[in-house]
Design a protein. Structure first.
Length: 193
């Protein structure tokens, strides 16, 4: 899988297998933040960022190929973006009526249309972009965040969607098919590709 993000503020969360590796990643993140000219920040903000970086590992899911911690604005709020790819029954790719729209697909996924789902969760909103075809699905999830942060993230997310590319085991590029709009329904889960 090849994912390119042109915007600043996208931090790839590694699959660190030990506490030491996770702490090293947190130290590296904090060094980069400090190098960005944060000497006037209060100590409490330093502690807050350290906690946010440590908590990033709790956002890794078994089905994720990649997870990004994204800082879309100057606010001290991050958003988590998950990228997963796996096998799925096309009949299971459904959304509740009124929660998904079709839009023009990303070039790397073919000229077909992905589904976009925005789900309100109290005062927070998340999005799901689904590209499915040939019994597989590329799913990009944005965890619920404030509406302002979701809006701030959208240009960078759209840029990333235009550049994500998946190569299948046979070497062919993955291409999405126009999704069927089925009735409201069951949830679906990815299995290993």
């Amino acid at each position: 899988m090849d994912v390119e993000t042109l915007a600043q503020g996208w931090v790839l969360i590694p699959e660190a297998e030990s506490d030491e590796a996770r702490e090293e990643w947190v130290r590296e993140r904090m060094e980069r933040v400090r190098a960005a000219g944060t000497e006037n920040w209060p100590t409490s903000f330093d502690e807050y960022l350290t906690t946010v970086f440590r908590d990033a590992f709790a956002h890794l899911r078994p089905e994720d190929a990649l997870v990004f911690q994204v800082w879309p604005s100057a606010q001290p709020i991050c958003v988590y973006v998950h990228v997963a790819f796996g096998l799925v029954d096309p009949a299971d790719v459904t959304f509740e009526p009124g929660t998904a729209i079709l839009y023009e697909g990303a070039p790397g996924q073919g000229a077909h249309l992905p589904l976009v789902e925005t789900t309100p969760a109290g005062d927070f909103y998340g999005s799901r972009y689904v590209f499915s075809g040939s019994g597989r699905a590329l799913v990009i999830d944005v965890e619920p965040t404030t509406l302002d942060e979701l809006v701030a993230l959208t240009p960078a997310l759209q840029s990333m969607l235009q550049r994500v590319a998946v190569t299948l085991p046979d070497g062919a590029p993955f291409r999405a098919e126009t999704p069927a709009l089925l009735g409201a329904g069951e949830s679906w889960a990815l299995e290993g590709a």
